[in-house]
Write a protein that binds this ligand. Structure first.
Ligand SMILES: [Ca+2]
Ligand SMILES: [Ca+2]
Ligand SMILES: [Ca+2]
Length: 634
């Protein structure tokens, strides 16, 4: 005993540590690395460390909730218990407890975590729903460095290293129900799956394991193995116990039916804690002096892997969250916003965000396709640019860490950044001088690649007059009728909103010609009578229309339908024009049927327009009754 105690003194008391194998089935092991102030997380299908979780100072014991969601780690140097969320492998709470916590165990119902204080012998009960201390009990236990529950949760058993006892705790009242003498230096404890026996490892004795009958609360047998034994775990089927031996660096396999050693397995240096996976396939052994974990295959009792972990590994427990069978969900957002018709005029940034179900395994990756080309990005967010013209088909789906794949969602992105093109024609075409003489119909037709022509704008400008119109569709026409120069500006706009630069067409319409200069001449009297060869002065009245400026009489010409002289006519001249005065001779041939003088004015206006006006004066053969009545016969 003295030699063993001396060896015991060679190890630091701070390294005393308890492991609690969690009841949760699962593929992940949590290993407290005392000197690293961290927990190494080992994925057990490949036996590789997938995370290192910083915790409080000096992590020792490890226990998981039955549902695998939470792992409790005693921090011996921190006087606290760290709570790790197994979904995220992050510390979600650090619960202050008593002095030098060592052992930790979770009740089978998962509602509480029990931590035993090596420093002051107290028991702390942590509510796993709130991760706060539900109660603390000053039980005066003597360095309770390990704690384990009965399967029914009625009792907890502590291995008390300082007084070589096991305390049986009533888990309802949290009081000591019994104190059972064990071997020297009880260092770890495990309860058989059927609850009938508690197995205590006595470090300081070759009788390494004391077996307590839990009905009688007394030791009923012991198992002789070797001194320096430090940890024990029982296979879920109850048939075998695994005991670590720090001095020899081995693990003994004990048949629980015969309490005989049936195998010895060489592991790492100074193996301390041990845990059996819930499926019973592997045993994890922490080797505190080689800072690794030996993985024993329970079928062959051979080490199949050695996993480096944080410095001075101590407690180990298996945990995993319950199976996640629900796929994550991904939401997509596009920037910028499409127009009302659903079109974009340029590249579109698509942002994807995925979330997994509550208590799910978390989003592992997002896979998206753009027009058939697939990309997978790690994590719950992705962003990418879509820029192809036309209809882009985007699909996206997230995958969680449990392998659940979201059904693909679809996003259609309609991109048109190309302006439409319009052409205009004028009907009728302009004449050779580039002008039209009447109204012109301007017809505009447009075509577009992509979203199609939405409308055509036409703006007519003639001098200070402007008329703007918008026509839906891909064709439009306006009629230009105003004289002068009309600029027709036109542009097409597509459904996406792209507007082509305005184009122009110039229409020239000649002004209607001004009304012609005209004149009407009235001569008075219209009849000369009697025909006595005298001269009469003729009054003339000229009525001018459409003159530009002043009118000038260029000439006054008198003609006669009978000759000036003839038979029995020797008078000449027969008319005199002097200035604006016209004199006509009252004379006619005796053989004719009357004479008709015609007086013709030729006028010119300031624009140079000329016009003629004429009137007649008659010397009749006989004076008609009508003329007599009119007073012409003097
Ligand atoms: Ca999920
Ligand atoms: Ca377009
Ligand atoms: Ca005459």
């Amino acid at each position: 005993m003295g030699a063993t105690r001396k060896w015991m003194g060679a190890i630091a008391i701070a390294q005393l540590l308890i492991a609690q194998a969690a009841g949760a089935a699962g593929p992940v092991a949590y290993v407290a690395a005392y000197e690293a102030n961290a927990v190494s997380v080992i994925e057990t299908s490949t036996h590789t460390v997938i995370a290192t979780v910083p915790v409080c100072a000096g992590p020792f014991g490890v226990a998981a909730t039955p549902d695998g969601r939470l792992v409790y780690v005693t921090c011996n140097g921190g006087n606290s218990v760290a709570v790790i969320d197994t979904k995220t492998n992050t510390v979600v709470a650090t619960v202050p407890v008593g002095i030098s916590p060592f052992g930790v165990a979770v009740t089978p119902d998962g509602r509480s975590a029990y931590a035993s204080m090596g420093g002051d012998g107290s028991l702390y009960v942590i509510n796993t729903a709130t991760n706060s201390v539900a109660s603390s009990s000053a039980l005066g236990l003597a360095a309770p460095i390990a704690i384990a529950f009965s399967p029914d949760g009625a009792f907890a058993y502590t291995a008390n290293a300082a007084d070589d006892t096991v305390s049986v705790l009533n888990a309802v009242t949290n009081t000591v129900a019994a104190s059972v003498p064990a071997g020297p230096f009880p260092f770890d404890i495990a309860v058989s799956p059927d609850g009938r026996f508690a197995y205590v490892v006595n470090m300081a004795s070759a009788d390494a394991v004391s077996i307590i009958d839990t009905a009688a609360n007394q030791v009923v047998a012991s198992i002789a193995l070797e001194e320096g034994s430090q940890g024990i775990a029982i296979h879920p089927d109850g048939r075998f116990a695994y005991v670590t031996h720090g001095l020899s660096g081995t693990v003994s396999v004990v048949d629980t039916a015969t309490n005989a050693r049936v195998g010895t397995i060489q592991v790492g240096l100074n193996p301390i804690r041990v845990a059996v996976s819930p499926d019973g396939r592997v045993v994890y052994v922490t080797n505190q002096d080689s800072s690794n974990v030996s993985v024993i295959d329970t079928a062959s009792n051979a080490v199949v892997a050695t996993v480096p972990v944080g410095s001075i590994p101590q407690g180990v427990a298996f945990a995993s969250a319950p199976p996640d069978k629900l796929a994550p969900a991904t939401a997509a957002a596009a920037t910028p916003v499409a127009n009302a018709a659903g079109w974009y005029t340029g590249p579109v940034t698509v942002t994807l965000g995925a979330t997994d179900n509550k208590d799910g395994s978390g989003v592992k990756s997002i896979t998206y396709t753009v027009n058939g080309a697939a990309t997978t990005v790690a994590g719950a967010a992705a962003s990418f640019l879509v820029s192809a013209q036309g209809v882009n088909t985007v699909t996206y789906q997230a995958t969680d860490n449990a392998g659940n794949v979201e059904p693909a969602r679809n996003l259609g992105l309609f991109i048109d950044s190309l302006v439409p093109t319009s052409t205009a024609s004028a009907t009728p075409p302009a004449g050779s001088g580039g002008s039209n003489t009447g109204p012109v119909t301007v017809s505009v037709t447009a075509a577009d690649s992509g979203s199609g022509v939405q409308s055509i704008n036409i703006l007519r400008t003639n001098g200070s007059s402007t008329v703007g119109e918008s026509f839906p569709g891909a064709s439009a026409s306006v009629v230009v009728s105003a004289a002068g120069v009309t600029t027709v500006a036109y542009q097409a706009i597509d459904t996406a909103g792209n507007a082509e630069p305005a184009r122009t067409l110039t229409i020239r319409i000649e002004a209607a010609p001004a009304p012609a200069l005209s004149a009407k001449l009235s001569a008075f009297p219209p009849v000369l009578w009697p025909p006595d060869r005298r001269f009469d002065t003729i009054a003339t009245k000229l009525k001018v229309a459409n003159a530009v400026g002043r009118v000038t009489v260029k000439s006054i010409v008198v003609t006669s339908d009978e000759p000036v002289t003839g038979y029995r006519d020797h008078t000449a001249p027969d008319w005199i024009v002097h200035g604006r005065t016209v004199k006509l001779r009252a004379e006619r041939s005796e053989y004719g049927n009357g004479r008709v003088y015609t007086i013709t004015y030729t006028i010119v206006d300031e624009a140079g327009n000329t016009a003629q006006a004429a009137d007649t004066v008659t010397v009749p053969k006989h004076l008609s009754w009508h003329h007599q009545q009119a007073g012409y016969g003097r």
